[in-house]
Design a protein around this ligand. Structure first.
Ligand code: GLC
Length: 544
């Protein structure tokens, strides 16, 4: 309790564990099958017990929910289905009482097609100032202005009645804004102030690498993916990681710096290599950026070690802390991703007809991966339900899937619904404690009964108790502020480092590995084998 007000010279976010709440699926207060703010507020003690520092809420703004809220119709309100601004005030107040910071999700690359700006743009017609807030262009006869593809599949252009086209890097219901327009810049600085005035501690910036497009929207004839840093030819895509984005973040930083307390910005920027990512973290830009290279690394020591080293080196050059993340609402949950042979881990959706993960292997590796991750220096992100060891729900029928990428690719891309299934709190059907209603917006599997918060609380060796122990020890030992030094351990596919007088070992190879004599166990992801660390297990030791 009271951690928020503790005086400290180090800003809280530098070593924070930040918990991502996906509001649709966290807790349903009113029983309509959809999570909401009162539901979240009532469950905040779970986060305090888990020991995290902050909660990041995926978007809760008014939205037609064509992309689960990442299509914002009004940046200064709360979606009725989630509650009201007063409900948000109560959530924020309760969080702060419990010592939890609150991070909002800001979606600046595009608005919803229902936003007043886009409606006005459609009504005003070609050449109008209303259209100049978006990227309207004339096509070439019946062909779109260029060949860009949407990240969710299909063309990135949609034609309107008068024949013009507008750009949408995502769904057609998510028109891209024109960030060279000063009105757009001013509007978002004002939106930041709106939430800062309401006491929020930071913002996660959606698609932070996408806001500015190369001049003239040059051709890009490659398939489009959010994850693409560059084409096989080495060319950089004209819609990602353009120089102009940095000026925007400098402006935002000035806005945040005018407020008391340590307010922060974290970039969702699918940018490689880490030197490019670090440019978002220069002293006058953002504070953190998600490290997706780490999330995407295969379960092999050499690759993980290389990613960690290059991450730390790149972040060091700008004085920013690294962040570590294994799951979020866009990727296959790591308890399932790691249930595939090393090097074959899928990041995008898995459906009923795809090869299925080995659930036992996945959970074992996921526990080891998290144990290892939570010892790394810097900040860490935890996605709701991973503390329960939840797997991806791979068996969702096509009829219930809501991710636009599923529909836009005619099901070729399974989409992200499998990691968004409402989480289990206690009891059994119909909703495993998700809410008082008959069922959640996506069906929950029977397995949820055994994995609920109540079923795991106080159970030695449960994934939930492992997370609680890891987060508490990480704090006591100041591991987030440690300095990593690689440590050589003989034999196999092993990762080992020391930090803050702790030895951290992850064994990714088949045979158990011995640790130095006198090292005493602090916490492990699974049982040790006569003092040795077995396969797919990670452990922390105090050095003699
Ligand atoms: C980000 C979000 C994702 C969303 C997309 C478009 O990648 O994390 O969920 O679909 O942006 O806003």
């Amino acid at each position: 309790m009271g951690r928020v007000s503790e005086p400290s010279s180090t800003p809280w976010w530098r070593d924070a564990v930040i918990y991502q709440v996906y509001p649709r699926s966290f807790a349903d207060g009113d029983g309509d099958g959809m999570g909401d703010l009162p539901g979240i507020t009532a469950r905040l003690p779970h986060l305090a017990d888990l020991g995290v520092d902050a909660v990041w809420l995926s978007p809760v703004y008014p939205s037609p929910q064509k992309d689960a809220g990442y299509d914002v119709a009004d940046y200064r309100g709360i979606e009725a289905m989630f509650g009201t601004l007063d409900d948000f005030g109560r959530l924020s107040e309760r969080a702060h009482e419990l010592g939890l910071r609150v991070v909002m999700d800001l979606v600046p690359n595009h608005t919803s097609a229902d936003h007043v700006w886009f409606r006005a743009a459609l009504a005003a017609g070609p050449g109008s100032p209303e259209r100049a807030r978006y990227l309207f262009r004339e096509g070439d006869g019946d062909a779109p202005p260029n060949s860009w593809r949407s990240v969710f599949g299909g063309p990135a252009w949609t034609r309107v009645e008068d024949g013009s086209w507008y750009l949408h890097l995502f769904d057609s219901s998510q028109p891209d804004l024109d960030w060279t327009n000063p009105e757009v810049v001013a509007e978002f600085e004002d939106v930041l102030r709106f939430w800062l005035d309401r006491g929020v501690d930071g913002f996660r910036i959606d698609v932070a690498h996408g806001l500015v497009k190369a001049d003239g929207l040059p051709e890009w004839d490659h398939d489009q993916a959010l994850l693409d840093g560059s084409a096989a030819t080495g060319e950089r895509p004209p819609m990602w990681d353009q120089e102009g984005v940095h000026e925007i973040y400098r402006g935002w930083r000035r806005v945040l710096d005018a407020y008391p307390g340590d307010r922060m910005l974290v970039a969702e920027a699918w940018v490689t290599p880490p030197e490019r990512l670090a440019r978002y973290l220069r002293g006058d830009e953002m504070h953190q950026a998600f490290n997706f290279d780490y999330l995407r690394a295969p379960w092999r020591a050499a690759e993980l070690r290389a990613v960690i080293t290059s991450t730390l080196v790149a972040h060091e050059t700008v004085g920013a802390p690294a962040t570590w993340v294994l799951s979020n609402h866009d990727v296959v949950r790591h308890a399932s991703r790691l249930g595939y042979p090393a090097g074959q881990e899928p990041t995008s959706g898995v459906g009923p007809d795809d090869p299925q993960p080995d659930a036992e292997l996945g959970l074992r590796r996921a526990r080891a991966a998290t144990t290892f991750m939570l010892a790394l220096p810097g900040g860490a992100y935890v996605y709701q339900g991973e503390e329960l060891g939840l797997p991806e729900v791979t068996t969702l029928p096509a009829g219930v899937r809501q991710d636009p990428s599923f529909a836009r690719t005619n099901g070729e891309d399974t989409g992200r619904d499998g990691c968004r299934v409402p989480i289990p709190w206690e009891g059994g059907e119909p909703s495993y404690g998700f809410g008082p209603g008959p069922a959640g917006w996506l069906p929950q599997p029977e397995l949820w009964g055994r994995l609920s918060v109540a079923a795991q609380t106080g159970v030695a060796g449960s994934t939930l108790e492992l997370y609680r122990t890891l987060i508490a020890r990480r704090r006591e030992l100041h591991l987030g502020r440690g300095t990593l030094r690689w440590h050589e351990i003989d034999g196999g596919d092993v990762l080992a480092f020391t930090s803050a007088d702790v030895l951290v070992v992850a064994n990714l190879g088949p045979d158990p590995v011995a640790v130095p004599a006198g090292a005493t166990l602090l916490v492990a992801s699974g049982d040790l084998d006569a003092g040795r660390v077995p396969t797919d297990t990670a452990a922390w030791f105090r050095l003699p």
